[in-house]
Design a protein around this ligand. Structure first.
Ligand SMILES: [Zn+2]
Length: 430
């Protein structure tokens, strides 16, 4: 017998309430409130239903740094944040640059079962930047890799970047570039500007990001391939991507939640929780990122969830690692910066956090509109609730949240992945 689940009184995209009926992993009906019956009827009156979120940029740290995060703890954080799929970056130990490593990560994700873990394959062997990795073998593996990135490092060699872009065309793949000109950012610690001078920290200039993006959109156009730009952080980058899209260049881009909410002013504290790469920028940059995400120049929000063990963050600024937690707070930050301000409606949020990232990463089981016949992967959100971020209560193994103590809107109450609850009443459900 087919088990039927009813989500009673859900509001798809914040619009009119309905009963969402789920059977065999599929949305089998969207009917008038109170009219559906089923084996498991959950009252979700008032909750906004979104397609399960998809994160194109997550660091899960396994294999190699299981003290900071594992595929399972990262998957818990993702599910609690409303995600049903994440893309795990390749900068693990060993690097995910072979079919063997990406299959290991993929299998760990299957075993955890809370989100679909799509491994990202490295572009170059060992992230060394000199020799192309076995992109075809990773694409043909059980992990079916479609996104390739040396994230954490930039593919700075123009010839190698050109070859990588050419290679992935045949794989229906995409190169996700961490745009950082290495010579312009040697020992860089924070955004370059008046404040970096005041604080005596080496600057990370906007031009180091913008010059790589400009080069890469031209390369992608020249070879007719697909480019994705990771964590866009400057106003100039938004302008270059807007120009490239207007010319028909096949480029997509992401912004992180922290670059939408936080500015370099926080670095005045010298608290390494605010140390991130690319760095927090100026208020004017943040405004340009809001506009770019609202008008679609920036296609998606991706977390760049970067857990770090205590000893890598609880030290002086210069010695601390770059990165911040993001999976459990991303939707709340987007609500705060984009929805409450009227820049995006719920359909816009669904597009930027589910539909578009699934399309870019070719995660075909995800990012479907909420309609009859679609896979039943949904996040149900209490958009009126407010909560205070307490890092000790987050599911991640690490504690480096820049939002500690901050009150944010929006709480994920339930998550369904392929018809099965992964989060119920705010708790992980296996
Ligand atoms: Zn990066």
């Amino acid at each position: 017998m087919t088990q039927t689940t009813v989500l009673r009184g859900a509001r798809p995209y914040g619009e009119s309430a309905a009963d969402i009926v789920i059977a065999d992993g599929i949305i089998s009906g969207i009917v008038a409130v109170g009219s559906a019956t089923g084996d498991d009827v959950l009252d979700v009156t008032g909750l906004v239903a979104l397609p399960g979120l998809v994160d194109l940029h997550t660091h899960l740290r396994e294999p190699g740094r299981e003290d900071a995060e594992t595929v399972d703890t990262g998957s818990q954080a993702a599910a609690l944040g409303g995600y049903t799929a994440v893309f795990a970056m390749a900068n693990t130990l060993p690097v995910a640059d072979t079919a063997g490593v990406v299959e290991q990560v993929w299998r760990l994700g299957q075993e955890s079962g809370l989100v679909d873990v799509h491994p990202v394959g490295a572009v170059t062997v060992g992230l060394g930047g000199t020799q192309l990795a076995e992109l075809g073998a990773m694409a043909g593996s059980a992990a079916q890799v479609r996104v390739f990135s040396d994230d954490g490092k930039c593919v700075s060699d123009a010839v190698l970047m050109r070859r990588a872009l050419e290679y992935v065309k045949a794989l229906d793949g995409v190169i996700a570039q961490h745009a950082q000109e290495p010579r312009l950012t040697e020992n860089a610690q924070m955004n370059e500007g008046p404040l970096s001078g005041v604080l005596g920290l080496t600057g990370w200039p906007a031009v180091a990001e913008e010059s790589i993006i400009a080069r890469d959109v031209l390369l992608a156009h020249h070879v007719g391939s697909r480019l994705h730009v990771c964590h866009v952080s400057t106003a100039g980058s938004v302008d270059i991507i807007r120009w490239a899209k207007a010319r028909g260049i096949n480029v997509t881009a992401e912004v992180t939640p922290h670059h939408l909410l936080l500015t370099e002013e926080l670095v005045r504290s010298y608290d390494p929780v605010y140390k991130v790469n690319p760095p927090l920028r100026s208020a004017a940059d943040v405004e340009a990122l809001w506009a770019g995400l609202a008008d679609g120049t920036i296609d998606i929000v991706a977390t760049d969830h970067a857990p770090h063990a205590l000893e890598d963050k609880d030290c002086e600024w210069g010695a601390a690692s770059f990165g911040m937690l993001g999976l459990q707070t991303a939707l709340s930050v987007v609500i705060e910066t984009m929805v409450r301000t009227g820049r995006l409606d719920w359909r816009g949020v669904a597009d930027r956090m589910s539909v578009a990232p699934a399309r870019i990463g070719r995660a075909t089981a995800h990012g479907h509109d909420i309609e009859v016949g679609a896979p039943a992967s949904l996040a149900l959100v209490d958009t009126e609730a407010r909560w205070i971020v307490e890092p000790d209560l987050l599911a991640s193994k690490s504690r480096n949240s820049p939002y500690a103590g901050m009150e944010l809107p929006g709480r994920v109450e339930h998550v369904v992945k392929a018809g099965r609850f992964t989060v119920r009443n705010g708790s992980v459900c296996r």
